[in-house]
Design a protein around this ligand. Structure first.
Ligand code: AMP
Ligand code: GLY
Length: 426
């Protein structure tokens, strides 16, 4: 089977790495890919918004299946486009992807189907949003309706901060059309967990629970990022809790999307807050998470390509989705100095080869490029150093040894990824 992977980050590197091990897969292409992906796949230079160019490439090369990494092409209808051309593609249609691409759609949907989430109000003009803030206690969470590259949720501790957020979103339009409408919602307390699942629109199979470390600094301080690390399986989510998340959140979502005429096939990902009153949905994503996928793929025993075929053929209930027994996975992101604000690119990365051949240790590339034959930094998040072992302590110490070894100018990373699980569980 020939596979085309859309995307060029750490998530896609982990997916390509896993697909390469499949007995079904003979060749992988990636658009645009990156310097790490190039080890396993032929990288092609077609922009992700050029659906015609991508579909022509798929036709010409006889691609059997296209896998979509990021949310934007899904929100823009790449699956509809490929379906119209009778090309097989893994992911939800544009209509079903609204569960991620419109927070108002997602919240109204959750309300209708009694899926636990924070209480909320929606606004299409700044005056009424500002009045709401005057009439309510803080903290409040202000969110853009549309996609904002993970930066569209602002936790406002004071009324001033909430008003600032509304001004930025609705008046300055800092996130463009995404901020035309906003949600203001109740602030939830608890710990966050990412539950991703495979679904063919009927059957739902959850993956192991993962924690995404969103803040830039240790102890969850500083601004939100695309994710500075991921670990799993999260020990605080036991089998019973996972079952209740499937029955209260994931299954009703898949059934509800069928009922509203947007059947969902692909990866349904619930970002949850585990509150004192049970798990509540913070957001849905319609795709694999980044960096969750970097921690998930090394833990997945089963063949990813085979599972994707079961999803595509709506026979997921026949699939075996098996996870490695007693394995823990830790992914630490190395980012460019300055991230998540301004940063420089193009610094050579030294000692990348040190990890090659090491057991259960992988360096997934997020933002890298090849300059001549040298790998250089090419993004905010640069590498996801990932390791597995039978305890979090062993997995994390092998990862941090490797992180200390790899060098590039200005590299930053958190030093506390997985540390709470070492103290509590190992
Ligand atoms: P979202 O884009 O909706 O997932 O929000 C991004 C991040 O903001 C989440 O991962 C949480 O850390 C935080 N967040 C979002 N909504 C809430 C909420 N209602 N209460 C507390 N934190 C939230
Ligand atoms: N890790 C968060 C995301 O993929 O959106």
């Amino acid at each position: 089977m020939k596979i085309l992977v859309l995307g060029g980050g750490g998530r896609e590197h982990a997916l390509v790495w896993k697909l390469k091990q499949s007995e079904y897969v003979s060749k992988i292409y990636a658009a645009p890919g990156n310097a790490g992906i190039a080890d396993f796949a032929e990288c092609i230079d077609i922009p992700l918004n050029d659906f015609l160019g991508l579909s022509k490439f798929a036709e010409k090369k006889g691609i059997d299946l296209t896998l979509v990494g990021p949310e934007q092409p899904l929100a823009d209808g790449v699956v509809n486009f490929f379906n119209d051309k009778h090309l097989d593609i893994f992911g939800p249609t544009q209509e079903a992807a609204r569960i991620e691409s419109s927070k108002i759609f997602a919240k109204d949907f959750m309300k209708k189907y009694h899926i636990p989430t924070a209480s909320y109000c929606t606004f299409d003009n700044a005056d009424s949003a500002l009045k709401f803030v005057n009439d309510h206690e803080t903290p409040l969470v202000v969110k853009t309706d549309g996609l904002a590259a993970g930066k569209g949720a602002i936790i406002a501790k004071t009324r001033e901060e909430a008003k600032d957020a509304i001004g930025k979103m609705m008046i300055e339009r800092a996130w463009g059309e995404a901020g035309k409408r906003v949600i203001i919602e109740e602030h939830l307390e608890g710990t966050e967990v990412s539950i991703l699942s495979f679904t063919d629109g009927k059957c739902v199979i959850p993956m192991v629970p993962i924690q995404d470390y969103k803040r830039i600094y240790n102890e969850d301080k500083g601004p939100n990022t695309g994710g500075m690390g991921a670990v799993g399986p999260v020990p605080t989510v036991n089998e019973r809790m996972l079952e209740s998340i499937v029955s209260q959140v994931l299954r009703p979502t898949v059934e509800g999307l069928n009922e509203v005429g947007c059947p969902f096939k692909g990866i349904l990902y619930a970002g949850l807050m585990l509150t004192e009153r049970g798990p509540k949905v913070l957001e849905f994503n319609c795709r694999f998470g980044d960096p969750e996928t970097q921690a998930l793929m090394p833990l997945l025993e089963s063949d990813l390509a085979e599972i994707m075929l079961y999803v595509l053929n709506e026979r997921l209930e026949e699939a075996d989705v098996i996870w490695k027994n007693n394995q823990k996975c830790v992914c630490v992101i190395m980012a460019s100095g300055g991230y998540p604000k301004r940063y420089k690119k193009g610094f050579p990365i030294e000692r990348l080869e040190a990890v090659k051949g090491a057991k259960s240790l992988f360096v997934f590339h997020s933002g890298t490029a090849l300059k001549g034959n040298k790998t250089v930094t090419d993004g905010g998040r640069v590498l996801g150093v990932t390791g597995c072992d039978d305890t979090f302590e062993k997995a994390s110490s092998k990862v941090y040894r490797c992180v200390d070894d790899i060098k590039f100018e200005g590299a930053i990373y958190r030093t506390d990824i997985a540390q709470q699980y070492i103290k509590e569980i190992d």
